[in-house]
Design a protein around this ligand. Structure first.
Ligand SMILES: [Zn+2]
Length: 289
């Protein structure tokens, strides 16, 4: 490991400083620049994969909390959980495409909802759909924490059950939660349209969510007035319920600032108990009485 040797201490220090100040602003900048140049779906996909690999490598080299480093076995188990979640997400999205999305698209055409400002610069359009999506998601997320029936039914408790966070936890959701997570995007799409900026929006959202769960020392001063940083989101994953009932914006923190749920404070322990439940227990969460 870099930090173990004095020879590498200056290199580690420089790397930590670079990551602390530049990683999130640079990745957000690349995503917005790609939007501006109307990069292809393949380019955005490649960007997400490279960003994820870079963040994961940095988490191994210079973790903010070394005790959060996962063993190979823990990583494989988490990958398996994410794979099931991703498969469920794709299947449920297809189900929605054939039913409710189709119905909403027909309704949108019939009502001639053409309020999307397609004449705006593309970066402004991406930031608009990003904020609009997050506004709907903010209220869903807040409700899922405040209403016990939704907390249980949505399986959101499974996402909060992890004791060690890393970038991959951004997509570590119960498969059932896909039913709820896809809907805010559909509602925003129905009201605003804006499919043209959809790909760029997905890349900006995904990379910001990975950073928000990452085990890295990142500063909140440069982008934290608008984008969620991991200091804010890890606080939302706090084991203390009053701390967890803050910072509902997973990628955009503006709505928390506006609706009074913003918190900027240190976080001791994450999770929903003193121990992380087994994966079997995680899967059973929405169905337990
Ligand atoms: Zn939450």
């Amino acid at each position: 490991m870099v930090g173990k040797s004095n020879t590498f201490a200056p290199v580690e220090c420089a790397l930590r400083q670079s990551v602390y100040w530049a990683l999130q602003p640079v990745l957000i900048g690349i995503s917005l620049y790609s939007a501006h140049t109307r990069a292809s779906l393949d380019s955005h996909t490649l960007f997400i994969i490279v960003a994820f690999c870079l963040i994961t490598l940095l988490e191994v080299l210079i973790p903010a909390r070394p005790e959060w480093r996962k063993s190979v076995r823990e990583n494989l188990a988490l990958f398996g959980f994410v794979f099931v979640a991703a498969t469920a997400y794709v299947a449920i999205e297809m189900l929605y495409e054939m039913s409710i999305f189709k119905w909403m698209a027909d309704l949108s055409t019939a009502w001639q909802l053409e309020i999307w400002p397609s004449q705006w610069p593309i970066i402004a359009q991406v930031l608009l759909i990003f904020s609009a999506f997050e506004l709907v998601n903010y209220w869903y997320h807040r409700a899922s924490h405040r209403w016990s029936w939704l907390w249980k039914l949505s399986g959101h408790s499974a996402h909060h059950a992890f004791k060690k966070l890393s970038g991959l936890n951004a997509v570590a959701n119960h498969p059932v939660e896909a039913f709820f997570l896809i809907l805010p995007r559909a509602i925003v799409g129905f009201l605003l349209g804006g499919e043209v900026v959809g790909v760029a929006f997905v890349s900006l959202t995904t990379v910001t969510a990975i950073l928000a769960h990452s085990n890295l020392n990142l500063n909140s001063a440069i982008v934290g007035w608008f984008f969620t940083t991991n200091r804010y989101h890890i606080h939302h994953h706090s084991q203390v319920i009053s701390e967890s009932n803050t910072n509902y914006g997973c990628v955009c923190i503006v709505w928390d600032r506006l609706f009074g749920t913003f918190a900027d404070a240190n976080t001791q322990d994450t999770g929903i108990g003193n121990k992380q439940p087994s994966y079997k227990a995680l899967y059973l969460m929405p169905f337990k009485r």
